[in-house]
Write a protein that binds this ligand. Structure first.
Ligand code: SAH
Ligand code: SF4
Ligand code: F3S
Length: 432
């Protein structure tokens, strides 16, 4: 059958959609890019904030209208896991609801759905880590590789542990094999992903060992990873990032708030001071490192003063960039029991304040790079202007520069001539 998949949410969902593609391909199904040509339409969903969820539910209703009448519609991922059979009442014409640990069953489920049966399978508890994903036929230059699934932290605002289950690491050998398979198909950069990669553990070996093992894959040029929880980012990992040539100098280290009492209410297990000291150790141990973060404004009880502490932390650390969010109540989480007492207009104003501040800081941090040379992995023509090339620096910054499209896949050195808030613009590339 022809399958169309649409993906929302984080890198793990991107990875899972590839996983679903390979599970279905090994059962003889093919992928299509046009929803109107599909026999099966699958939407892989995110539950992290209410707005993300509402958008996806709206999209599902809309897709039903774009699909062929006889095609079946299914929902997978975190919203499927969270809402289960409630979704059948919300989305008319929905044929299947499949949770995050049940993707192996999709070939059977699709068959049943095709025969007119409605299927809901959101079973959990098996600790599925998809270690034996079927082989792939093709790969991109940059790919995600899951090293662990689930999360054992209980950040009080967060739905992820409820929809992704307990943390479990994949075996090092499987991860290395998967990276080697991708490299054989043309991949040159992998991003090792998990909700909390720093707590990776395989028979006593930790994340620093995993970085060393993956770096041993010949012809792989770059390794990135996300996400790092501040409480688990050890000196050993900092040393590994600083010393293993293939590991890029970028750490995504969500801080969430600059106020220690808000961090305590969030159950983040570090204080502002501990975070600042860690950021300093990272900058000393990894020259040229980019530090990026996630921030939530309007957590229950967040006062004006506590919000100012977030602003002052942003000024103190000067992150290279940040993802910034308004707090969103998630049913079933610990924080859902607290009064969501910061008015929506205050949340919006606080968010606007920090977005403006971060844009300013990012522009300044990038402007300081003018005149320096960046090592860039060329990804291909720039989307906005196909006469220019696009790639990322080791720090993960977008770089646009002139050059021949045949350089795609090569590492070049680019001298930075000018910058904007989100992009570095460079001169002619030099092969390194
Ligand atoms: N495991 C990662 C990412 C989790 S989700 C981590 O621990 O950092 C990505 C980001 O979404 C979080 O870092 C947080 O900033 C934000 N987020 C999670 N739950 C949220 C909620 N209920 N409201 C607003 N933002 C939230
Ligand atoms: Fe959510 Fe916290 Fe786990 Fe990240 S570490 S996924 S924010 S519970
Ligand atoms: Fe969203 Fe699920 Fe990822 S809730 S952030 S898609 S783990």
């Amino acid at each position: 059958m022809n399958v169309y998949i649409e993906t929302y949410g984080c890198q793990m969902n991107e990875y899972d959609s590839r996983l679903i593609t390979s599970i279905l391909a090994s059962d003889g199904h093919g992928m299509v890019r046009d929803v109107g040509a599909a026999d099966v339409v699958i939407v892989n969903t995110c539950s992290v904030r209410e707005r993300a969820e509402l958008r996806v539910l709206g999209r599902l209703r809309h897709l039903r209208g774009l699909m062929r009448k006889e095609a079946v519609l299914g929902i997978v991922g975190c919203v499927a896991q969270r809402m289960g059979d409630r979704l059948l009442r919300e989305i008319p014409g929905l044929s299947f609801v499949v949770g995050t640990e049940q993707y192996w069953k999709l070939p059977d489920i699709i068959e049943s759905a095709g025969a007119g049966r409605t299927v809901v399978n959101v079973g959990t508890g098996a600790g599925e880590s998809y270690d034996d994903r079927p082989g792939l036929d093709e790969a991109s230059l940059c790919e995600f590789v899951s090293v662990m699934r689930g999360c054992n932290n209980c950040c009080s605002y967060c739905i992820v542990p409820y929809v992704r289950g307990r943390e479990r690491s994949r075996a090092t050998s499987r991860i290395v094999d998967e990276v080697a398979e991708l490299v054989a198909l043309g991949t040159r950069e992998v991003t090792l992903i998990g909700q909390n990669v720093n707590s990776f553990s395989d028979e006593g070996r930790g994340f620093a060992d995993l970085l060393g093992a993956v770096a041993g894959v010949a012809r792989l040029q770059r390794i990135r990873f996300a996400t790092s929880h501040p409480k688990d980012l050890s000196d050993e990992i900092i040393d590994a990032v600083g010393s293993i040539g293939k590991v890029c100098e970028h750490i995504h280290l969500p801080v969430q708030s600059g106020a220690s009492d808000v961090l305590a209410a969030m159950n983040r297990s570090y204080t502002r001071e501990q975070y600042v000291a860690l950021a300093q150790r990272i900058r000393e141990g990894i020259p040229g490192v980019a530090l990026t973060t996630d921030i939530i404004v309007g957590f229950p009880g967040e006062t004006k003063q506590q919000f100012r502490e977030t602003v002052s932390l942003m000024n103190e650390i000067r992150f290279d960039s940040a993802f910034m969010f308004r707090y969103s109540v998630r049913e079933g989480t610990h924080a859902a029991g607290l009064a969501d007492d910061v008015p929506e207009e205050v949340k919006i104003a606080r968010l606007e304040t920090i977005i403006g501040l971060q844009k300013q800081v990012t522009s300044e941090v990038n402007a300081a790079l003018v005149g320096s040379s960046a090592e860039v992995l060329v990804e291909g023509p720039s989307q906005k202007n196909d006469e220019l090339l696009f790639g990322r620096s080791r720090a993960g910054k977008a770089v646009i520069f002139p050059g021949d499209a045949e350089l795609a896949g090569r590492i070049v050195s680019v001298k930075i001539g000018s910058t904007s808030a989100w992009t570095l613009h460079g001169g002619d590339p030099v092969l390194s």
